[in-house]
Unconditional design. Sequence first.
Length: 109
Amino acid sequence: MNALAKICAAAVALAFISDASLWAAPPMPRSWPAEGPVPTQAAAISIAVKLWSPIYGADRIAKEKPYQATLKDGVWTVVGSIPRGAVGGAAVLKIRRSDGKVLLLSHYR
């Protein structure tokens, strides 16, 4: 491969990487601080909205109301709602009741 071809290949690769970063998901925190005990559904939902909003956008999360929180085996699972007829998924948070440790934070497509 001659020098010009190598330069062109590098430029194309750089352009692709730059363009791909525009479509990349927002950076996710590696860990979240424990919030302390999470005794109620309302507390679990409040924590979920506070964590989801800066990652997925407050407007998008607000459209997923009403939120549902269920407690099973000491873990709250909070999910957003999907409007009837909408395409896509909802935000999900799993948080331990005893100490507020976040076990899962995601948004399904």
